[in-house]
Design a protein around this ligand. Structure first.
Ligand SMILES: Nc1ncnc2c1ncn2[C@@H]1O[C@H](COP(=O)(O)OP(=O)(O)OP(=O)(O)O)[C@@H](O)[C@H]1O
Ligand SMILES: [Mg+2]
Length: 241
């Protein structure tokens, strides 16, 4: 299996994983790469419609792909995936997701995979999102949604990622709220305590600005990988097995 890509996780649901995944796809495309996107498990969409994360990722990617590979598991209610699956009489299988990922990877230079919820969200009775990231073997990007409580969530998540045999790509601070008190102090605490690198910050950008295609939709640190260095492609690649 080609192991080139990124697994985007976050400190919680609604912290900006999709925003950052889209920005990463654009940053990789800007390097001339063919980029596929994947949302293995999505919960929350109208009957017969595509989940909005899947739509955003499909629009950002530049590799034609079967939507069943991009989003193998889609559930209508916006509830925890394993409960949505149970209610639908389905078991989420990592084998199915890994096979879909392999088909996408075969047609792309890189695959950006967005998790659902946070790092330890259950997928079935024994496995969770961390198991999926480990199975795909992709370097993990942690999106820290900058809001009260994010320091604890970020540090716990980074600690848990470090306990897995999963490569760490780095973290991105996402500005969810322009009025958040002490943003700079919170970011300083993250820089001090999280393992590096910080791949960038995603500024606060209201929906309308994004739709207008503002260049700032890209994290500050990309495509320069912080401190003016170009993004290191090694965090997209794993040694051949
Ligand atoms: N940098 C930002 N500026 C402005 N709004 C943002 C920003 N990041 C996220 N948002 C808004 O916050 C909400 C959640 O963002 P997003 O959908 O990217 O989160 P997520 O982590 O992907 O959520 P989910 O767990 O549902 O996949 C959206 O309405 C999005 O537009
Ligand atoms: Mg999302």
């Amino acid at each position: 299996m080609s192991a080139r890509g990124l697994f985007v996780t976050g400190t919680d649901t609604g912290v900006g994983k999709t925003r950052v995944a889209v920005a990463l796809i654009h940053a990789l495309r800007a390097q001339g790469l063919r980029v596929a996107a994947m949302k293995p498990v999505a919960a929350g969409q109208a009957a017969g419609a595509l989940n909005e994360d899947v739509v955003a990722l499909l629009q950002a990617a530049n590799v034609p792909a079967d939507v069943r590979d991009v989003n193998p598991y889609a559930f209508e209610p916006a509830i925890a995936p394993h409960i949505a699956a149970q209610q639908a009489g389905v078991r989420i299988e990592l084998d199915v997701i890994a096979a879909a990922y392999a088909r996408l990877a075969a047609a792309a230079d890189a695959v950006v995979v967005e998790g659902a919820g946070g790092w330890r969200v259950p997928l079935n009775e024994t496995e969770d999102m961390a198991d999926l990231a480990q199975r795909l073997g992709l370097p993990v990007v942690l999106v820290v949604g900058l809001r009260l409580g994010c320091l604890n969530h970020a540090l716990l998540t980074a600690e848990s990622i470090a306990h897995r045999r999963t490569p760490w790509a780095g973290w991105i601070g996402n500005h969810l709220d322009p009025d958040m008190p002490c943003q700079a102090e919170n970011l300083a605490a993250l820089h001090l305590r999280l393992p590096g690198p910080c791949l960038g910050e995603q500024p606060f950008l209201p929906e309308g600005v994004l739709e207008a295609g503002a260049p700032h939709a890209m994290p500050h640190g990309l495509p320069s990988g912080g401190a003016g260095r170009p993004v290191a492609l090694e965090w997209l690649a794993l040694p051949e097995e």
